[in-house]
Design a protein around this ligand. Structure first.
Ligand SMILES: *Cc1c(COP(=O)(O)O)cnc(C)c1O
Length: 386
């Protein structure tokens, strides 16, 4: 009998002895939050990692990082808080990103994805009649690197230029992924990352904003501290939230960042094994794999598969064998709030609706052992008989 159990995630975290001194110093100093030395250090380390113009601004999580970025852009564009504007965003993603839009009074216009599982630009035409009345109020295009798959940034740039939209990238899942060996920020895209424990580079909870625009960087910095830009009277520039990263998270973030490249190399090998294995099954139409953009090195936060045959049997066997899998992502337009309370605009959700009930995310860890991987893949061999 095998005792293998494969959870959906296995975060890489330091041993207590590796962070003990830093954390002990932090406790002794009494400065456990409020832009302390460890947060500053982590931001410097992140700047080196991304080779960005400015220090990334850390947050207590990825969702608030994204929310802050939206608020900063609204401020910069002089859009009043109560004035409704629109953003185009794929429905097939994490609900948190779309919730941040709603809470910012930015109404989502749901668009489709293609076989890359990222936005299908070709299906978007904003010059059609149904958008005529609101055309000037469509301000943003939110690109999302689902499972770490960065979409074609060149196409996004020209699409946004042509349609006069501000492109923002939700890279929450995509730490380590690159497009032509660079990060979206290096091509001038404002983006956010998440360091949640389920993500590849973790600080337990955490996130950051990257921008090449000094004004945006300043605004998100104010935002995470209630909007304060000075401390004498606590004067605020914009209505912010307390969204600061704690020192303990920054200590863990900096520690994990040191071994990230090494872990990512092992991760790429595991990804290769998955791809080699599933090729046979996708060629025979048992399943469909995500098509990675040819210019993208994808971190594969999970290994998504769209199951075409023997779905129930496969899922039952995975569960029976203690292999966790996840319904990730769900199409947000089908979730209760978005379905019931409102009547959101949609741009053809053909591919989204085709795959949304068929897709599952399989576990993929940077330190996955061969034994574990083989154990998982054997289940597929058994079901599909190879
Ligand atoms: C994880 C994730 C988020 C949320 O990040 P948190 O740090 O958990 O708030 C947002 N968008 C996407 C695409 C994600 O995968």
């Amino acid at each position: 009998m095998s005792k293998i159990k494969i959870n959906i995630v296995r975060p890489i975290l330091p041993d207590i002895k590796d962070i003990k001194d830093d954390f002990s110093d932090c406790l002794k100093s009494g400065i456990v939050t409020n832009n302390g030395i460890n947060v500053k250090k982590f931001e410097k380390n992140l700047k080196l990692h991304f080779n960005s113009k400015y220090n990334p601004v850390t947050f207590c999580n990825g969702q608030l990082a994204f929310y802050a970025l939206l608020q900063a852009w609204k401020y910069k564009l002089k859009i009043k808080n109560f004035e409704k504007v629109y953003a185009i965003i794929p429905s097939f993603t994490w609900s948190g990103t779309i919730n941040s839009l709603i809470l910012s009074n930015i109404e989502p216009i749901f668009c489709d994805i293609n076989d890359t599982l990222t936005a299908d630009l070709e299906s978007i035409d904003l010059n059609v009649k149904k958008f005529r009345k609101i055309r000037k109020k469509i301000k943003f295009f939110i690109s999302i690197s689902n499972y770490g798959n960065i979409p074609d940034l060149k196409k996004i740039k020209s699409f946004c230029k042509e349609n006069k939209l501000i492109p923002l990238v939700d890279s929450a899942a995509a730490f380590g992924s690159t497009f032509k060996e660079k990060y979206p920020i290096n091509y001038g895209f404002d983006e956010i990352y998440s360091f949640h424990a389920t993500k590849i580079m973790t600080s337990m909870e955490g996130g950051c904003v990257l921008s090449n625009n000094k004004k945006i960087i300043d605004l998100v910095r104010y935002f995470r501290d209630f909007g304060q830009f000075e401390k004498k009277i606590g004067n605020i520039k914009l209505p912010g939230l307390n969204a600061k990263m704690q020192e303990i998270s920054a200590i863990i973030g900096s520690y994990n960042l040191k071994s990230f490249e090494k872990n990512f190399k092992s991760r790429l090998k595991i990804i290769k094994s998955y791809q080699n294995f599933f090729k046979y099954y996708s060629n025979r139409k048992f399943l469909i794999e995500m098509k990675v953009n040819p210019n993208t090195t994808c971190n594969y936060l999970y290994y998504p598969i769209i199951i075409l045959k023997k779905s129930n049997l496969l899922k039952k066997n995975l569960t029976k064998s203690n292999v966790s899998f996840r319904k990730y992502y769900s199409a947000v337009h089908t979730l209760d709030y978005y379905k019931k309370n409102t009547n959101f605009k949609k741009i053809s959700l053909k591919y989204t609706n085709l795959i949304r009930k068929k897709i599952i995310a399989l576990p993929l860890f940077s330190d996955m052992e061969k034994k574990e991987l083989n154990y998982l893949l054997k289940i597929f061999k058994k079901i599909y008989k190879k």
